[in-house]
Design a protein around this ligand. Structure first.
Ligand code: EPZ
Length: 424
């Protein structure tokens, strides 16, 4: 296995180009199952997770080829097959093929994802929604077997929690269902909007984009289309937080500043200078002024609230502040796995349930150490801490990072960081 070495204490200067969003690429790749023919997806990041779902599609009979960041996916010959536990345990988002397979074939057999480091992560909302469409879902031997004779019928589906992949899965099932579907308390994340744009381009009829109520009129068939994946707001936010932590001046290009309202507000509140332009954000924080970094409270919420996927990264930043802050994680029940590792680097953090109190120890409060990545976003939190710490940090199990950050070493090196990989 590989580890990441970070020689910290250097400010970051320069520009970084954001890749396509992982959490848009996964549902949009799954949505190609809905229609025979060759679909074109542009700005697709080359990540461990996108490679996983593409191998899943290949098992189902799809063929694909990549030309740079453009994917051509032919879903003419889709066959019914199990989606194995081995695949789903590596990536929970594999459940996103359930909706399109039910629309295309009327049946699907997918391993239940099981829990992961950040929480139990059930899919009961997904299953309840499919049952509203007339689908029979049986849970046996760790698999969910979903089937319907004939065509699904539309229904009203209400989400207790605005589940992102739940909304996406039900949406993908509804577009070929007979009649009208209304999704209430739907997720409003930009990635859901990207999926809606693709489905409408395929011939679907969907109203309410961007709102928490979506209305779908089912159609008989759909056709392939060309869609561009939106920029990854979580990757963009990670680099902006890294710039605040290390100090310097970083411009994040090809991003959508309007997808990061909460983070830009919190970075400004913390004392960074944030300049928004068309398709880019520049963050400035004078390295000599880092002692002025202020403690800022955050509470993770569904979009457009502060994103849970940027909670760990912001916590690393707050350990460097000259104040105290409270970080509340309301989306997942166990998303503080990075706390123990940050403590190893000298951070003063106390947790109580879903609350963490961070007592900032100033810009020199962290020192390099050997730490371990536990999940995707916790890993990026440790990279940020390493960039700010005065000496060497070694991060093991970096396969977590490779799930969601394209060319992290190249992009950070381009900003002047001393970062490289070594064999464990
Ligand atoms: C998506 O996960 C993202 N993944 C996650 O990003 C992100 O953290 C999360 O949304 C929240 O924004 C993808 O889009 C592939 P949820 P998802 O369903 O859809 C509970 C990353 O780092 N819930 O919105 O799985 C659930 O347990 C990943 O890129 C149920 O109880 O999250 C959680 O507490 C991590 N029953 C809450 O809802 C269900 O059927 C929100 O989960 C579904 C969810």
């Amino acid at each position: 296995m590989e580890k990441l070495i970070v020689e910290g204490g250097k400010p970051l200067y320069g520009e970084v180009r954001v890749s396509g969003a992982k959490n848009a690429a996964l549902p949009l790749i799954a949505a190609t199952l809905l229609a025979p023919g060759v679909h074109v997806l542009k700005n697709v990041p080359d990540l461990r997770d996108t490679r996983t779902i593409l191998s899943l599609l290949k098992e189902l009979g799809a063929m694909w080829r990549r030309d740079g960041d453009t994917l051509f996916i032919d879903c003419t010959d889709i066959v019914y097959d199990d989606v194995s536990y081995d695949l789903v345990k590596t990536m929970r988002a594999s459940v996103l093929v359930l909706g399109p397979l039910l629309g295309r074939l009327g049946r699907a057999r997918v391993s239940l994802p099981g829990g992961c480091a950040i929480g139990e992560r059930p899919i009961n909302f997904h299953i309840r929604g499919f049952e509203r469409f007339g689908v029979t879902c049986r849970l046996e031997q760790g698999y969910v077997e979903a089937a319907i004779d004939g065509r699904m019928h539309g229904a009203t589906v209400y989400f207790d929690i605005p589940s992102v992949t739940g909304t996406e899965n039900i949406l993908m099932a509804s577009v070929l269902a007979e009649g009208t579907t209304v999704i209430k308390n739907a997720a409003r994340e930009p990635e859901v909007g990207n999926l809606i744009d693709m489905l409408v381009g395929m011939g679907a009829s969907i109203e309410g984009r961007g709102s928490s109520q979506l209305t779908v009129q089912g159609v008989e068939t759909l056709r392939p289309t060309t869609t561009e994946i939106i920029p990854d707001r979580i990757e963009a936010g990670t680099y902006l937080i890294a710039a605040a932590a290390a100090g310097g001046e970083v411009t994040v290009n090809r991003c959508c500043p309007e997808h990061l309202p909460a983070l830009l507000e919190k970075l400004t509140e913390a004392g960074a200078e944030v300049v928004v332009a068309d398709g880019s954000v520049t963050l400035r924080f004078d390295p000599q002024q880092r002692r002025l970094l202020r403690g800022v409270d955050i509470k993770t919420m569904p979009y457009p609230g502060y994103p849970t996927d940027l909670q760990a990264q912001f916590m690393a930043l707050m350990t460097l502040s000259s104040g105290i802050c409270v970080i509340r994680e309301t989306i997942f029940e166990n998303r503080f796995m990075h706390v123990a590792e940050l403590r190893r680097m000298g951070a003063d953090i106390r947790t109580e349930g879903s609350n963490a109190v961070v007592a900032g120890r100033g810009p020199n409060g962290l020192s390099g150490a050997r730490v371990m990545a536990t999940d995707l976003r916790a890993s990026s939190s440790l990279v940020i801490a390493g960039l700010a710490a005065a000496n060497r940090t070694e991060i093991s199990r970096i396969y977590h990072l490779e799930r969601g950050y394209e060319d992290l070493v190249g992009k950070l090196t381009g900003l002047g960081a001393s970062v490289w990989k070594e064999q464990e």
